[in-house]
Design a protein around this ligand. Structure first.
Ligand SMILES: CC(=O)N[C@@H]1[C@@H](OP(=O)(O)OP(=O)(O)OC[C@H]2O[C@@H](n3ccc(=O)[nH]c3=O)[C@H](O)[C@@H]2O)O[C@H](CO)[C@@H](O)[C@@H]1O
Length: 370
């Protein structure tokens, strides 16, 4: 049995690594250990419970600020990695937890596997600090699991050896299949469905978030029969303007963040999704729900190219115009709804487990002959 350390700390990382954890457990050759860095707390507990994961290690958070979190997390990760016989460290995406996990693996000569490798905007400020973190993780990773051909191409263009890059699909689709299977998620509404909104990215804080809220208020007022569901991020920088602008509208339903099951149910019952979230850009096409991205750029252009999503930007007029167009043009709506999902087929984790099994066995044979 090979000991595999899965390091993660935020809601999206848990969602995207849960299917891999379960596939590794079922594989028979790997013993996965789940380490939670403590970066998210309440939202992490929700997600871990949904996927039936009890972390083997739960690090105590160093403090509220990122640098306190980072310093303490680095020290504790060092202790965990140096006290085990790890064959592999697995990280996902571009968070501080993922970066620290990869860095500690690298310092201890434990090979690093990076899930969702190769996403790029090539603008270090957007998203900040994530774009820098994912680029740095790529420099010290042994196994790059790219969700799409485009992501793999970015890694090849950065001169990463071809034999270290694998196109697997995105594990978030596996997570959706998992909850659909285990929790019987299916569409429950017969009518058009609701407008589902999430918005919390740092780049949108301030005037852009207010513009987004005014756009939602315009649409909600014009179409009182349209119900708007808006699970609001726990960060008060987000909650305060959202409640101030949308709190009094009868058909806008503000709530605390949904757990993953509630979110997938809300998604499948949607008419349209309006979001600045990365994960939702990947998930909405699974259920054939068109999506407007509340950003001016995206590191997931596959959805735009496939036709299941459009960039709506963050300006009130443009957002309202795009929603109204889909409201009144069934052909445009249907072509988005039928575009399919370019991010995967729900088999990414199984592919990753098979690739790792072969590669680690090969590494072992090599070590035996050296
Ligand atoms: C700056 C930036 O680009 N950051 C990205 C961002 O990732 P994201 O944009 O995908 O993050 P979210 O939108 O938070 O999560 C999405 C997932 O959460 C589920 N969900 C959502 C709301 C809810 O009420 N209940 C839920 O269950 C939803 O279905 C989906 O699966 O943060 C990560 C580190 O935190 C980064 O790595 C990643 O680059």
């Amino acid at each position: 049995m090979q000991d595999v350390l899965i390091i993660c700390g935020t809601r999206p990382e848990i969602i995207k690594l849960a299917p891999l954890y379960h596939s590794l457990r079922a594989s028979g050759w790997a013993q996965p250990r789940w380490l939670h860095t403590g970066q998210h707390d309440e939202m992490a507990r929700q997600m871990l419970a949904c996927f039936g994961i009890v972390p083997d290690v739960w690090l105590e958070r160093g403090g509220d600020g990122l640098s306190e979190f980072s310093t303490r997390c680095r020290t504790l990760l060092d202790m965990v990695i140096s006290s085990g016989t790890w064959s592999l460290v697995v990280v996902q995406g571009d968070t501080e937890s993922a970066f620290l996990g990869a860095l500690c693996g690298f310092y201890h000569h434990v090979p690093v596997a990076h899930v969702e490798a190769g996403l790029r905007t090539y603008d270090l400020e957007r998203p900040f600090p994530e774009e820098g973190l994912r680029q740095m993780i790529s420099r010290i990773t042994r196994f790059h699991f790219a969700p799409t051909e485009r992501a793999a191409l970015a890694l090849r263009d950065e001169a990463i050896a071809l034999e270290r890059i694998f196109v697997t699909g995105n594990t978030v689709i596996d997570a959706q299949h998992w909850v659909v299977r285990h929790h019987r998620i299916q569409r429950r509404v017969e009518s058009r469905g609701h407008l589902l909104v999430t918005a919390h990215r740092r780049e949108n804080w301030g005037s852009d978030l207010r513009e987004i809220c005014y756009a939602i208020a315009d649409v909600a007022s014009r179409h009182p029969e349209l119900q708007v569901l808006f699970p609001v991020h726990l960060n008060p920088v987000v909650g305060q303007p959202v409640r101030a602008i949308l709190g009094e509208l009868a058909n806008v339903h503000l709530s605390p963040p949904f757990d993953y099951l509630e979110m997938q149910q809300a998604l499948i019952d949607s008419w349209l999704v309006l979001t600045d979230s990365g994960g939702l850009q990947e998930e909405a096409p699974t259920f054939g729900v068109p999506l407007l991205v509340l950003r001016t750029e995206t590191e997931r252009p596959e959805a735009i190219e496939a036709g299941c999503a459009r960039l709506a930007g963050t300006q009130r007029v443009s957002i309202v115009r795009q929603i109204e167009e889909l409201w009144s043009d069934p052909a445009a709506y249907q072509s988005m709804a039928r575009a399919g999902n370019p991010f995967g087929d729900g088999q990414a984790s199984v592919r990753i487990v098979n690739l790792l099994q072969n590669a680690l066995a090969c590494d072992e044979r090599l070590r035996a002959v050296i």
